[in-house]
Design a protein around this ligand. Structure first.
Ligand code: C2E
Ligand code: MG
Ligand code: MG
Length: 605
């Protein structure tokens, strides 16, 4: 018997890499069976009176059957595939008796199951002349050549199969809601334009007709039918603004795109202005006006050397920029994009940091009583050393986490770390309350106080060993829930400070309602307090107001002896800042405490 390696292999077809790439693009491989293909193979078996009929796609190392009659296996190695021999010519491949054909005599499909004796296959060729595979019929009995009628039938079945493959692909290029061309079509068209030396460098435009949050809300509150109607209406309005023969694409929920081929920047600006005002007027759904915020971004092909996916990503990033800044439209800006990219990278690696042991740490910054100069507690501040980017400030990554679902596990991590430290310090006789920073978004979650209570139990920590610092976040919408959670925390016996006071949007009314114990005046008012008259007025009145409402007052950002003295003189209760100490690692904090109570140099001891 001929050893397997000596077996004559099928010739590799011309333009093989193109052929394989095209086969991938048709998205047929490894897809479920489809009735239309199965009807064709059944018809083939019947017309040619054979037990086995297949639609075989010849992949790099295998043939995979999109449809099969009479064969139990879904694929075979390419080296065994008869069909691999049928790709290079338009003629049918007919093997009357495989045992007599030196190409196939020792093929395992001939010598073993399914015991092929007779084979006839017709290539499935695209309009570009690339053969994806074959439609073939097989018998376990040898046969003389096909009759002319049978040959014709096999050719017709091959044409039918190809027609169905093409039709299926066309449908795969349409968005089901608007019937506009979809993202795949956009990328294919952009590729084709880039390859065509005759076209002027084009401009890709992406339109977000609503922020993703708004679209999700629309779907949730008014239902998918309304969301679909919204998209159809957007498509109609945008299409009405485009130059003739410009194709509009529907990429994803509420996201559209088009490619502008010619015209100077003036034409572009006119088109974008028209689109912008068209999508910004409220959409009416059953008499209800629904306003969304929209974003439009564009990028010139000449600015993006890379592939079309990158072109699309850049235009999408510009649209995002327009949404964020509320500008009618934005050009792609590499720098902004880099910042967004870094934000994405940080968010992605933050999860890993929370799971690991060595990237996140807490630092502790002392708070002192301005009358006695004694340490009365510490603020826990999160530190992140990224394995590649180095130390990342919480002022950078905390606001990012607040824009995603990550803020909740992050806060949980911080509370866990602080409670462990506080329990440890109490066991060693260091009984100072430690403040934990939380976001308003944490308080919106509905079960925050319950989770804190469970964590206190788990770490065996008493409620008055910690307190929380809360900043007003512009993102917070559910004030009632926040108040409920704060009241529950206070009932547990946990103090609450309002952080960064003076920077929020509604500081005064906020102060009246919020169930807090202390107000922490933001450092921007404190840093130059000794010299800036306007800061002095602000801080003095805040101290008085807060005291009148029953709150303690703490100043953050105390950097100079003069500031310290001024605050003490004006009745501020506590201070925190670089003058007293920078945030310290736990061991360094213990050393600082052991060194004795803090006294500013300017004070007589
Ligand atoms: P914050 O809560 O207002 O914390 C005070 C910030 O001011 C800290 O910056 C601290 O290191 C810094 N600071 C303290 N004294 C001085 C001073 O005298 N001069 C100056 N210029 N700065 C001083 P840090 O640690 O970079 O934290 C920045 C912000 O990040 C915090 O502001 C807080 O909003 C947030 N953050 C930090 N840790 C956490 C955390 O564990 N959870 C949450 N949710 N947010 C955190
Ligand atoms: Mg704070
Ligand atoms: Mg602060």
């Amino acid at each position: 018997m001929t050893p397997a390696t000596a077996k004559p292999l099928a010739p590799i077809p011309a333009r093989e890499e193109d052929r394989l790439a095209t086969l991938q693009r048709y998205e047929l491989l490894d897809t479920p069976a489809e009735a239309a293909f199965d009807q064709i193979t059944r018809l083939a078996a019947k017309l040619l009176k054979v037990p086995v009929a297949l639609i075989s796609l010849v992949d790099r190392d295998r043939q995979w059957f999109k449809s099969r009659v009479g064969l139990p296996v879904q694929e075979t190695p390419r080296e065994h595939a008869f069909c691999a021999h049928a790709l290079d010519s338009d003629a049918l491949l007919v093997v009357g008796d495989a045992r007599q054909d030196e190409r196939f005599a020792d093929n395992p499909l001939v010598t073993g199951d399914p015991n092929i004796r007779f084979y006839a296959g017709a290539p499935l060729r695209t309009a570009d002349g690339l053969a994806l595979g074959t439609i073939c019929v097989i018998d376990d009995q040898p046969r003389p050549a096909l009759t002319p009628e049978e040959e014709e039938a096999l050719r017709d079945l091959s044409a039918m199969t190809m027609a169905h493959i093409e039709a299926r692909r066309a449908v795969g290029y349409l968005h089901p809601v608007t019937s506009l061309s979809n993202r795949f079509r956009f990328l294919a068209d952009a590729d084709a334009l880039a390859d065509d030396p005759a076209t002027v460098p084009e401009t890709a435009v992406v339109i977000d007709a609503a922020a993703s949050q708004q679209y999700a809300e629309l779907t949730r509150v008014l239902g998918q039918v309304c969301a679909d109607a919204f998209e159809i209406d957007c498509a109609r309005r945008i299409a009405a603004c485009l130059p003739d023969h410009t194709r509009l694409y529907h990429l994803s929920p509420a996201r559209f795109a088009f490619i502008l081929l010619s015209g100077g920047d003036g034409d572009l600006a006119d088109t974008l202005d028209r689109v912008s005002s068209a999508i910004r007027s409220p959409f009416q759904y059953q008499g209800v006006p629904i306003a969304t915020s929209a974003g439009i971004g564009f990028v010139h092909r000449s600015d993006i050397a890379e592939e079309s996916v990158e072109l699309l990503r850049a235009a999408t990033s510009a649209a995002h920029q327009s949404l964020e800044t509320q500008k009618p439209w934005c050009a792609y800006d590499e720098e902004q994009d880099r910042a967004a990219h870094r934000a994405f990278l940080l968010l992605r690696s933050l999860t890993e940091a929370m799971d690991g042991q060595d990237q996140l740490h807490m630092a502790y910054q002392p708070k002192v009583d301005l009358r006695t100069d004694r340490c009365i507690g510490a603020e826990a501040l999160l530190r992140w050393t990224h394995p590649e980017l180095g130390p990342i400030s919480p002022a950078e990554f905390v606001p990012l986490a607040e824009r995603t679902a990550l803020v909740r596990p992050l806060t949980e991590w911080v509370i866990g770390a602080v409670l462990t430290q506080v329990a440890h310090w109490h066991r060693r006789g260091i009984a100072l309350p430690v403040s934990i920073n939380i976001s308003m978004l944490d308080l919106g979650s509905g079960d925050f106080a319950d989770r804190v209570e469970a964590l206190l139990d788990r770490h065996d920590v008493q409620a008055d060993w910690i307190d929380f610092e809360v900043t007003e976040s512009a993102l917070m919408t559910d004030r009632a829930e926040v108040d409920r959670q704060l009241r529950s925390l206070r009932r547990l016996g946990i103090a609450v400070e309002i952080d960064d006071f003076g920077t929020g949007q509604s500081a005064l009314s906020y102060l009246k309602d919020i169930p807090a114990t202390a107000v922490k005046i933001d450092q921007r008012f404190i840093r130059s307090i000794a010299d800036e008259r306007s800061d002095q007025i602000m801080v003095r009145s805040t101290i008085d107001l807060a005291h009148d409402l029953g709150y303690l007052v703490i100043a953050e950002g105390v950097e100079t002896d003069e500031a310290y003295d001024w605050l003490r003189l004006h009745g501020c209760d506590f201070g925190q800042g670089y003058l007293i100490s920078r945030p310290l690692a736990p061991a360094a904090f213990e050393d600082w405490l052991a060194a004795g109570a803090f006294r500013p140099a300017a004070m007589p001891v």
